[in-house]
Design a protein around this ligand. Structure first.
Ligand SMILES: NC(=O)c1ccc[n+]([C@@H]2O[C@H](COP(=O)([O-])OP(=O)(O)OC[C@H]3O[C@@H](n4cnc5c(N)ncnc54)[C@H](OP(=O)(O)O)[C@@H]3O)[C@@H](O)[C@H]2O)c1
Length: 313
């Protein structure tokens, strides 16, 4: 019989991921959903036909009814608090938890131990890809944990939420988070490089168009998408950032902590983190990782906010 599914966390990432599960996975309907701000979950549920989704009032209420529980939450303390809350109020024996948030590997080790000690199964399953990729079912999931548990989680990834999986079946949970945290340093450094390249091209009198062409022709993919997000000016106009500055700061700090523990100096990360902190100061929580461009502009004596490139507004 298809499993009963409970989804916790309907933020930028969770909304698209959960939608793909509701529409494509072999699950019992209604799929249960929970979000801290309940109104968001209620509004979200209206896009589906009646009987497909049910909003629950508490984490405990959802866990009690479900076989498989997905979590995708902002940060470490939120994941820990939700797990402590549900362990204090619900029997989790025999239930499978699939944890998709980007958190420190040590946090994953702690929460997985608590759940497994209480008789649950656990899969660490962070995802790579922006919210738009989540919406399209084009994420890359990184799955670690006991083989049998990973096997149960896989039907929700490739072909449902994800275009591919990095299968770490049989490896300790925290390995998936090591890869996720290291992977996100590539994104931070990419945005840093695009920002510096574009600012230099503007100040050196070359103009940004040729650098944009170069990025699109040589690097493509996320490089091209970030260059356009930057040149469109959206990095300083979005009310709801796509990769919020707070999450990017959390990821950079996790990477620095991993690097320090391993005795590795990651100088690029120091530069990226300093720019993210300037973004936070300038834009508050509306800042995006792409707003690093604004911080680099300001340092070069340009206005933090750019004029949108014609055609990209
Ligand atoms: N954005 C990206 O490009 C991206 C890509 C891959 C992975 N990730 C990772 O995926 C996770 C979610 O990211 P996101 O972009 O979806 O973030 P988001 O839009 O900020 O959503 C965060 C979710 O966590 C909930 N939350 C926050 N604080 C809470 C609290 N104190 N108690 C209970 N719930 C709380 C939010 O509930 P409310 O709606 O009530 O605020 C929301 O459901 C993060 O770990 C992030 O690093 C993000």
């Amino acid at each position: 019989m298809a499993p009963k599914l409970f989804w916790i966390g309907l933020g930028n990432m969770g909304r698209g991921m959960c939608k793909n599960v509701i529409n494509k996975a072999d699950v019992q309907h209604p799929v249960l959903v929970y979000n801290r701000t309940k109104q968001k979950a209620v509004e979200y549920s209206t896009q589906f036909e009646e009987g497909r989704v049910e909003v629950v009032d508490s984490v405990a209420a959802g866990v009690a009814k479900a076989d498989v529980i997905f979590t995708i939450l902002a940060k470490d303390d939120v994941v820990e608090a939700i797990v402590d809350d549900l362990l204090g109020s619900t029997d989790v024996k025999g239930k499978l938890f699939v944890e998709c948030s980007t958190i420190h590997p040590d946090t994953t080790a702690r929460v997985s131990k608590k759940l497994v000690d209480a008789g649950a199964e656990f899969v660490a399953a962070p995802v790579f890809g922006a919210p738009a990729m989540g919406e399209l079912g084009q994420l890359v999931g990184v799955l670690a944990g006991p083989e049998a548990s990973v096997q149960k989680a896989r039907p929700f990834f490739q072909g449902v939420m994800a275009k591919a999986e990095i299968n770490m079946s049989g490896l300790p949970y925290e390995k998936a988070l090591q890869l996720k945290v290291i992977g996100n340093t590539f994104i931070l450094n990419m945005v840093e490089q695009i920002s510096e390249g574009l600012v230099l091209s503007e100040k050196a009198g070359l103009g940004t168009q040729y650098v944009r062409d170069f990025i699109h022709l040589i690097f493509q993919g996320p490089f091209a998408a970030y260059a356009d997000r930057i040149l469109s000016g959206k990095y300083h106009t979005m009310d709801y950032p796509l990769f919020p500055v707070d999450l990017a700061i959390k990821d950079a700090r996790h990477a620095l902590s991993l690097a320090e523990a391993a005795g590795v100096h990651m100088g690029n990360l120091d530069v990226g983190l300093a720019h993210l902190e300037e973004v936070k100061q300038h834009q508050g929580e509306k800042g995006d990782i792409a707003s690093i461009y604004g911080a680099v502009r300001a340092k070069a004596g340009l206005k933090y906010e750019n004029e949108p490139t014609p055609g990209l507004e």
